[in-house]
Design a protein around this ligand. Structure first.
Ligand SMILES: Cc1cc2nc3c(=O)[nH]c(=O)nc-3n(C[C@H](O)[C@H](O)[C@H](O)COP(=O)(O)OP(=O)(O)OC[C@H]3O[C@@H](n4cnc5c(N)ncnc54)[C@H](O)[C@@H]3O)c2cc1C
Length: 507
């Protein structure tokens, strides 16, 4: 078996070595949670020279980080709420992701607001879009990164989203989209590993007792290690390690439809939720030809379950109703080939008394940093700003450790596979693989270009690559996170036997 040497390889052998090294060891930082927040913190800390162990109970991106809308957004919503600081931070981090950290994973996406949704709606969208443009121009790297907001005529509306009722114009503003949120998490974790972080999936932190961190493994074994600081990056599950944190989880749901039912759109159709002027439903075209229709905002009662959430019947109905306002041919349930939901880890402000149970849409998207003994929790925020959150977190860790280490350099640190756009354009591998794997695409292609199942673009090489280099250990790792077959259950079912065979061959 010929294996290329790639930075931060998470192979079965490396996992075994990491386990042997970590049990009973003493390290600077243990990061709990392998979502975008934990992976970002692990990278920031490891790249500053700290010794780091990242522990994830299931798999990289097993939690909320794979259920996002996949937007790297400039924070238009925050502008609507007057939160200029948050919007600037989003716009700055968007420019960092597009320009240096992960240009291969992020693409520009036009958003179409059709006049069919109401002239007052497009007038508001135009004003918001121009404000967003002004914020973008004010941040480093923002100028020239995206086109500006403009009005478009009826023929362009039909070209961008052919399914919109024809005859009227609209407004187009621009933002950015990740090809796959889970792939960003995997790339961050591997980059952290390239800086020496030990990354262990299938490793649940059962308890933290002072400096002692007790871990149970998926294999059934258990071990402990000692940490200077434990960073709790467990998202909506954060209260389990830090009971004083007050979270109000809110479910956000998306439906998955084939692009063909909307005429294969090239822009994100943007329609206000009936009765709202600040909340929108988006029909987001994906690179694989599907369209994700989202999203809702439903407060969730009671303890957060371990299983992933599912959209309710009411959410499905309200998403279809919202988008149907402007379509020539309304969508109906048989058009829906998949759905997914995630829980936002919204942090209840200290001032919020018992908490507004029905107003999570207006809770701040700011993140929380909170110490409880040796545990530093970092919760909330969003995918777009993971890097800034990670930098602040590690700044606090460094102060606590009393160590003179370098300042964060992650703003200029490409993740594995990243390269400037001209270099990506020169790669000879298929464009789809370049968008997902960047400079590593030729290695993926060489591992097998055949489709996993007919009618889907994913290749057998992607499954092999996931096992050899990206820490995948199970069918679900392969089909729900390294690739996204799981978003369309009928396709996933067809892919299971192939994934099982590849696992049997490789492990
Ligand atoms: C529906 C929806 C849409 C969104 N859309 C966007 C968007 O378009 N753009 C954007 O910027 N943001 C978006 N967000 C926000 C963003 O997705 C989240 O803020 C972010 O993904 C949270 O990441 P996290 O790493 O903090 O949490 P998670 O991704 O949930 O990671 C926590 C991890 O901790 C692990 N874990 C839990 N307990 C333990 C334990 N005891 N031991 C070990 N591991 C443990 C879990 O398995 C999980 O993998 C969206 C959120 C939702 C819900």
């Amino acid at each position: 078996m010929v294996t290329a040497v790639l930075p931060g390889t998470l192979s079965p052998e490396r996992r075994a070595r990491a386990l042997a090294d970590v049990a009973g060891a003493s390290v600077d930082v243990v990061v709990v949670g392998g979502g975008v927040t934990g992976a970002g913190v692990a990278l920031d800390a490891a790249s500053r020279g700290l010794s780091v162990v990242l522990l994830e109970r299931t798999d990289l991106a097993a939690g909320t980080s794979r259920w996002s809308s996949k937007l790297v957004h400039g924070g238009l919503r925050y502008l609507a709420h007057g939160e200029i600081g948050l919007a600037r931070e989003s716009a700055r981090e968007r420019a960092v992701l597009m320009g240096s950290t992960a240009p291969h994973l992020v693409r520009r996406l036009p958003f179409l607001v059709p006049d069919e949704a109401g002239r007052d709606v497009t007038a508001l969208a135009a004003a918001g879009g121009r404000l967003g443009d002004a914020v973008r121009m004010s941040v480093p790297g923002g100028r020239g990164s995206l086109p500006s907001t403009r009005r478009v005529a009826a023929d362009e509306v039909s070209r961008l989203v052919p399914a919109v009722r024809p005859g009227r114009g609209g407004v187009v503003f621009w933002d950015a989209q990740l090809v796959d949120d889970a792939r960003l998490v995997v790339a961050l974790a591997r980059t952290a590993a390239a800086f020496g972080a030990r990354v262990l999936t299938g490793a649940t932190v059962a308890a933290v007792d002072g400096a002692d961190v007790h871990v149970s493994l998926a294999e059934g074994d258990a071990f402990s290690l000692r940490a200077g600081v434990v960073v709790n990056a467990t998202g909506v599950w954060a209260q389990r390690l830090a009971p004083s944190i007050r979270l109000v989880p809110s479910r956000g749901s998306h439906l998955v439809v084939p692009g063909s039912v909307l005429g294969s759109p090239s822009a994100a159709l943007t329609v206000p939720l009936p009765g709202s002027r600040s909340r929108y439903v988006f029909a987001l075209p994906q690179a694989d030809g599907l369209v994700h229709l989202g999203l809702t905002d439903e407060p969730v009662e009671g303890p957060v379950p371990d299983e992933h959430p599912v959209p309710s019947d009411t959410e499905v109905a309200s998403l279809l109703e919202a988008v149907n306002q402007v379509l020539d041919r309304p969508l109906s349930r048989p058009d829906v080939v998949g759905s997914y939901a995630g829980l936002r880890p919204l942090v209840l402000p200290v001032s919020a008394g018992a908490g507004p149970r029905n107003a999570t849409a207006d809770l701040s998207r700011k993140h929380l940093l909170q110490w409880d003994g040796t545990v530093l929790s970092v919760v909330g925020g969003k995918l777009t700003t993971y890097r800034a959150m990670a930098e602040q977190t590690v700044d606090a860790v460094v102060v606590r450790l009393g160590r003179g280490v370098a300042r964060s350099g992650t703003g200029r640190l490409p993740v594995v596979g990243a390269a400037p756009r001209p270099a990506l354009a020169r790669l000879t591998a298929p464009g789809r693989l370049v968008a997902r794997y960047g400079t590593e695409a030729p290695v993926v292609e060489a591992l097998g270009p055949a489709a996993v199942v007919a009618g889907r673009p994913e290749t057998a090489g992607e499954l092999r690559f996931a096992i050899r280099y990206e820490g995948a250990r199970t069918v679900s790792d392969l089909l729900d996170r390294r690739t996204r077959f799981g978003l369309v259950p009928a396709d996933r079912e067809r892919a299971v036997p192939v994934a099982e065979q590849v696992l049997a061959d490789e492990l």
